[in-house]
Write a protein that binds this ligand. Structure first.
Ligand code: ZN
Length: 393
């Protein structure tokens, strides 16, 4: 494995959109993204692939096999970053796909499938919603006037959005190598994470009402302080999530406190309650507890986002585990706590994902790092997975 040149190529792309502090801002809709997309297309072409940028900014590279009417295996990840992000998130998975194609040629291997590498656009949170490029390909964008108006701001007309729809009839599966973005692998001293699924995510708008009054003259027993009730609610949700366990996580954020001035008891607090888990039932349990408590606190709850959990394909998971066992690689089965493009592709085809360790569990920041030896290992497992899936008929 030529990790040196892979490293050079990655760092070359990563410098596009690099900020003075060393972080990388290749965000959705930016000039840096467009420049990186063109650069990526050139890399794909130089690596022996047909390449094009689709109508929503996803970069495609196709390496065809000699079979007629062959199926194809997608290897994808995202090319955009968050604002002030790092080198490895997303970019690693795209470069890994191209590296697999390079190795196929170097080793003179013939597959029964085409290999289709995709660098997706707008995977990170953005105004049009995260996993934008992947959802456009899978026909999952909202078909509302409001969304079309918003998309126009970025130059994506209704026609362009429709053009991005991808015919999945030849797709055998979707594979992705990604950094873990957590510290489980590092803590457990594992080099590879075999992803079993991507957790679901639910977000709710919570509003708690109280009564504003003079903060000096209103004795404690006569108060109905919305902020105090909000505090109880947040603590109760934190406790309930721990009680339910099974890797359920819950977070309250975006607090807005009214009137939030000195000498006045607060009359209303609104916030967003978010929970994530691989099992929908665990999230239901938490939200039921939230509803019960809010009834007592004079609060309301309304759903903002509901993304169902996604399971990785058991056969692909077994293939990846088998490779790790045979090669005596320390691996760990684990769900992904973060959303990925795989969420969208899973609606249409089997998916499989691999994680490599994130140093100190950090990501979405300039300190984001993965050991180059771990990267080489991750790519070799991805490559072996591709060979096993692509050579079997
Ligand atoms: Zn990512």
């Amino acid at each position: 494995m030529e990790t040196e040149s892979l490293k050079d190529r990655m760092l070359h792309i990563a410098q596009i959109g690099q900020e003075a502090d060393g972080s990388i801002s290749r965000v959705f809709g930016s000039d840096a993204y467009e420049e990186a997309a063109k650069e990526m297309q050139a890399y794909m072409q130089a690596s022996g692939m047909e390449s094009y940028i689709d109508s929503v900014g996803n970069v495609h590279g196709i390496y065809r096999c000699r079979q007629e009417h062959a199926k194809e295996i997608l290897i994808a990840s995202h090319l955009d970053t968050v604002l002030h992000g790092g080198v490895f998130d997303g970019l690693l998975g795209v470069m890994a796909g191209i590296e697999c194609v390079r190795r196929l040629q170097e080793e003179g291997r013939e597959l029964f499938v085409d290999v289709h590498v995709i660098a997706t656009n707008g995977e990170e949170g953005n105004e049009l919603g995260g996993t934008f490029g992947g959802r456009a390909m899978m026909g999952m964008l909202p078909e509302t006037a409001a969304f079309y108006a918003l998309a126009e701001k970025y130059g994506y007309t209704k026609e362009k959005l429709a053009q991005a729809l991808y015919d999945t009839s030849r797709c055998m599966c979707y594979l992705e190598l990604h950094i873990e973005q957590g510290n489980l692998l590092e803590k457990e001293h594992r080099q590879i994470g075999v992803v079993t699924g991507i957790v679901g995510l639910e977000r709710y708008n919570v509003t708690i009402d109280g009564q504003s009054n003079h903060a000096g003259t209103t004795m404690m027993e006569y108060r109905d302080d919305a902020l105090v009730k909000a505090g109880k609610f947040i603590t109760a949700m934190d406790q309930k999530a721990r009680e339910i366990g099974d890797r359920l996580v819950c977070t309250c954020s975006r607090l807005s406190v009214e009137p939030n001035v000195l000498a006045v008891i607060n009359r209303q607090v609104s916030m967003v309650l978010e929970c994530r888990n691989q099992k929908k039932e665990r999230m239901r349990e938490l939200i039921r507890a939230a509803e019960e408590l809010l009834e007592k606190l004079h609060g309301t709850i309304g759903c903002l986002v509901q993304k169902d959990p996604v399971d990785c394909d058991p056969k692909i998971v077994q293939t990846m585990e088998g490779i790790c066992r045979e090669r005596k690689i320390a691996y760990q089965d684990m769900p992904s706590g973060a959303t990925h493009d795989g969420n969208s592709f899973a609606k249409k085809m089997p998916i499989g994902m691999l994680f490599v360790p994130s140093k100190n569990g950090l990501s979405h920041c300039k300190e984001e790092a993965t050991d180059w030896d771990d990267i080489a290992l991750g790519i070799s497992v991805l490559y072996e997975t591709l060979l096993r899936l692509g050579q079997a008929e």
